[in-house]
Design a binder for this molecule. Structure first.
Ligand SMILES: Cc1cc2nc3c(=O)[nH]c(=O)nc-3n(C[C@H](O)[C@H](O)[C@H](O)COP(=O)(O)OP(=O)(O)OC[C@H]3O[C@@H](n4cnc5c(N)ncnc54)[C@H](O)[C@@H]3O)c2cc1C
Ligand code: SF4
Length: 815
């Protein structure tokens, strides 16, 4: 029997995890027992996309590359949330707090970098932690904390006008803050840009609303208990309530230093990535220094991971890493900026070609050395970037007519069609994937873009090459690209679309989430699918649904909305927003008795009692004696109403009466996402019914317009008129029909406005008004059944479903 070698990897970031993937892909599981240590308590995620999470264009859950389950499935022992504190190179062991040790034959250090925090006063509180309001921008937890804090902050300062600082600034701007970038140097991104480009970028950012302070040396963060501002060396100050430090990175090398490895700016490695003074220890990623260079971008790091996997698995024992040429893009929505290589000439005979168009913010600069591209800055023109990157990466000889590269749409040098691009052309820079590799993957049987990306890894880094990858796949498939079927699954863990899943659930009589996994997914339970399945089963079975509490979020387990401090918010139902002095008195008494930290009127005209501890929830509900407002779950929420005919002199319809009827009928109806409704007594639309998920607006002649798919949140969309009806009863019928159709066909967490756009209003009218498919009677009956199945969840106050349902401490579910 072959004894496996012990391979230990310290650092579960983009280098460490990629290296382990590469080892496994080369059959390394037969050769090594693999143990990983990661200080962050998660699987591996795409750190690059933190900027997109900050900007709100990606959800944190979507940036994970390797879930915790992936390590288990691949036989990798991961110590998640464990920081290695010591390496004993004599006994070949690593040590972590709590007595965790691991012996190694081969050790790979991939500890990455940390945000560099320049010395300044007032950064820390008494416990030595950052003062509330001060953040670094490096990890998912940093990002999480920043997003939460940004929700209550007004004005943020980002210290550092480099790539990451500007991405953080854009993210905060997207979140509605006034944002100031404080930069030490005389222009932005001085490491990658020259002064002219830096100045133009400055103006573009200012146009977006970012305020920029240059040549400012920050001496202190002001504020006793939390940030109130910044003080600068020139004596000036800036008021702000949040500070993000993005002043560069420092390689995490303490561990290597303590164990006597040679460290300069990074851990010094040879071309085979072994450490200078210990050939059983290797370093890759941002912590490694190779030929004097420490890289801070993912493309060279993944190249190092590949080479080291070749070396260690014997796939190619002589594989060597010889360095990388680096290029990068600024991921700030609305600004096209790509930079590569040198920003300025370095030799006397370097040729510099520039084109400047200040009014449009276009700046292009090439540095040509010995007939090849040594560097480029491309601001305000995304079209020229792919071609330039190719010429740079492959060190192609430059065309004599430089302008053909700078202006790809003019003259001879129009952008080449996919067919004209050579097979060696690099499409994905982060992963070094060429057109030829993508075409080969298609020839090997990958027919969907996702399958090609999975097979080649193209598009899995910063993602900016995705359109090109799609184009090459389409070309290689001769136009016959297949759609990824998984894109249509209702949940990732069960390979069925929602209608097919509902059919199978009914046919096989599957009434619990575990029964669905058993019946339709070969018994494989998928954590990420549970909540969506629970929602669907409730829709299908109503009262007959077999509830399993582990398939619910904390909010749904205790029927209240968890707040950032672990307390809960309680919103009783007030039908149609119409209350009474008696009800108000009761609410006030309860608020006083249970010390609600805040009593707030919500956007949906309801009263929110905030700051209630979990264990007090049953008493609060009992004392209120009102039904649950369902403000915590994916369900019908509220129906906002205007005063309508009873009091308003413009009213042509009884919007309040209708709102109450709607709320009484549809309370507690679960759906793929929350549904906010409203009724308006006339087209003046005071209750904003046209921008709700479903709305009804009274018009002349006693008629009502029924709107669907409106939005007035992060996205604003006027709803589409589904139909015009003659009576309140017809409004109720038509709303219920749409709700049931949405319940059956909406993807989990798909709001009505996305659903309506995806399905098309014409198709919905045909189905739900003209009854083209003859489904209306069934939809009407099914929504009626759901209405009949309504149970107020707050009755669980008298009869908890689980002894610990309302026990004191709250464990907020991790990722
Ligand atoms: C917001 C942001 C945007 C970025 N955008 C881009 C971009 O557009 N393009 C690009 O190419 N690059 C970008 N980068 C850089 C890229 O993410 C890094 O180059 C890459 O993550 C480096 O990989 P790494 O594995 O060396 O380090 P990391 O990904 O930082 O991983 C190191 C891991 O090791 C862990 N660790 C450290 N010490 C220990 C210890 N003693 N024990 C156990 N675990 C330890 C750390 O907690 C961390 O999880 C961006 C980075 C950030 C933060
Ligand atoms: S929408 Fe019309 S009826 Fe309702 S309050 Fe406004 S003006 Fe009056």
């Amino acid at each position: 029997m072959i004894t496996k070698q012990q391979l230990v990897v310290v650092g579960n970031g983009m280098a460490g995890a990629r290296f382990v993937e590469d080892v496994l892909a080369r059959g390394g599981r037969d050769r090594f027992s693999i143990t990983m240590f990661g200080e962050e308590p998660y699987g591996n995620y795409n750190r690059i996309l933190l900027s997109s999470v900050m900007a709100g264009s990606h959800d944190p859950k979507d940036i994970f590359l390797n879930s915790l389950g992936w390590y288990e499935e691949n036989g990798v022992k991961l110590h998640a949330g464990v920081r290695v504190g010591w390496i004993d190179r004599l006994s070949k062991k690593v040590y972590a707090p709590g007595g965790v040790t691991a012996a190694y034959d081969k050790l790979v250090i991939a500890t990455g970098s940390s945000a560099f925090v320049p010395p300044m006063g007032g950064l820390y509180d008494q416990s030595g932690e950052f003062k509330p309001g001060v953040f670094a921008f490096r990890t998912l937890d940093d990002c999480d904390r920043m997003i939460k804090y940004a929700g209550k902050a007004r004005r943020a300062a980002v210290i550092g006008g480099g790539l990451l600082g500007l991405e953080a600034a854009r993210g905060l701007l997207n979140r509605g803050l006034e944002v100031h970038v404080v930069h030490l140097m005389s222009y932005l991104m001085e490491a990658q840009l020259d002064a002219l480009a830096g100045g133009m970028l400055h103006r573009l950012l200012e146009k977006m609303g970012v305020r920029i302070l240059l040549e400012k040396f920050t001496t202190a963060v002001l504020g006793d208990d939390a940030v109130t501002g910044l003080a600068f060396k020139d004596g000036s100050k800036l008021d702000c309530d949040m500070v993000v430090i993005s002043a560069g990175i420092r390689a995490n090398v303490d561990l290597a230093k303590q164990s006597g490895l040679t460290v300069e700016r990074g851990i010094v490695v040879h071309d085979d990535l072994s450490c200078r003074n210990d050939t059983n220890v290797y370093a890759i990623g941002e912590c490694a220094q190779h030929r004097g260079q420490v890289y801070g971008l993912v493309a060279p790091i993944w190249e190092q991971a590949r080479v080291l996997a070749d070396v260690l698995t014997g796939g190619n024992k002589r594989a060597l890493y010889t360095g990388s040429r680096v290029s990068t893009k600024l991921k700030v929505m609305g600004i096209e900026l790509a930079v590569m290589g040198d920003k300025d000439p370095k030799r006397e005979d370097d040729e510099v070609v520039t084109y400047v168009e200040p009014s449009r913010g276009v700046y292009k600069k090439l540095i040509v050395r010995e007939g090849r591209l040594a560097g480029a800055i491309l601001l305000g023109d995304g079209l020229a970037a792919p071609r330039l990157l190719q010429v740079f990466d492959r060190e192609d000889p430059m065309l004599d007519d430089r302008s053909e590269l700078l202006f790809p749409m003019s003259g001879e040098a129009k952008t080449p069609s996919v067919a004209e691009i050579p097979d060696t052309a690099q499409i994905c820079n982060c992963n070094g994937v060429s057109k030829g590799k993508i075409v080969a993957a298609v020839k090997a049987g990958c027919r969907t873009v996702k399958a090609v990306c999975d097979a080649t890894r193209a598009g899995t880094g910063c993602g900016s090459c995705k359109p090109q990858v799609q184009a090459v796949v389409a070309f290689a498939c001769d136009g016959a690209v297949e759609e990824d079927p998984a894109a249509h699954y209702y949940v990732p863990g069960v390979a069925l679309t929602k209608p097919a899943l509902i059919k199978a659930v009914r046919e096989q009589d599957l009434r619990s989430v575990s029964a669905v996994f058993k019946g339709l997914a070969g018994g494989r339970e998928d954590l990420g699918s549970k909540v969506g399945l629970a929602s669907l089963l409730k829709t299908v079975w109503g009262k007959e649904y077999e509830d399993e509490r582990d398939a619910r979020f904390i909010n749904d387990r205790v029927h209240a909305n968890i707040q950032k401090d672990g307390t809960f918010s309680v919103i009783p139902r007030i039908y149609g927003g119409v209350t009474s002095p008696e009800q108000l008195r009761r609410i006030a008494d309860v608020a006083e008795k249970y010390n609600a930290r805040m009593v707030k009127i919500t956007g949906g005209q309801r009263i929110d009692l905030l700051g209630i501890p979990k264990e007090k929830l049953p008493d609060v509900w009992n004392d209120l004696g009102m039904p649950s407002g369902h403000a915590y779950t994916k369900a019908f929420r509220t129906c906002k109403t205007c005063v309508g005919t009873d009091f308003c002199r413009y009213g042509v319809g009884d919007s309040t009466g209708l709102g109450i009827k709607i709320e009484k009928r549809f309370q507690g109806i679960e759906s793929p996402h929350k549904m906010k409704l409203a009724t308006a007594g006339c087209p003046r639309n005071c209750s904003e019914a046209t921008t709700k998920d479903i709305g009804a607006v009274a018009i002349e002649g006693g008629k009502w317009e029924v709107y669907i798919g409106g939005a007035a949140g992060s996205r604003v969309r006027k709803g589409d008129v589904l139909c015009i009806v003659d009576s309140q009863d017809d409004v109720l019928k038509c709303m219920g029909r749409f709700m049931q159709y949405y319940r059956e066909n909406g993807k989990y967490l798909e709001r009505t406005y996305d659903f309506v756009e995806r399905t098309g209003i014409d198709a919905l009218r045909r189905l739900l008004v003209d009854d083209a498919d003859g489904i209306c009677a069934r939809l009407d009956a099914d929504i009626q059944a759901a209405v009949d199945a309504y149970d107020d969840p707050w009755t669980e106050s008298r009869k908890p479903v689980h002894p610990n349902q309302f026990a004191g401490t709250v464990a907020v579910a991790g990722r």
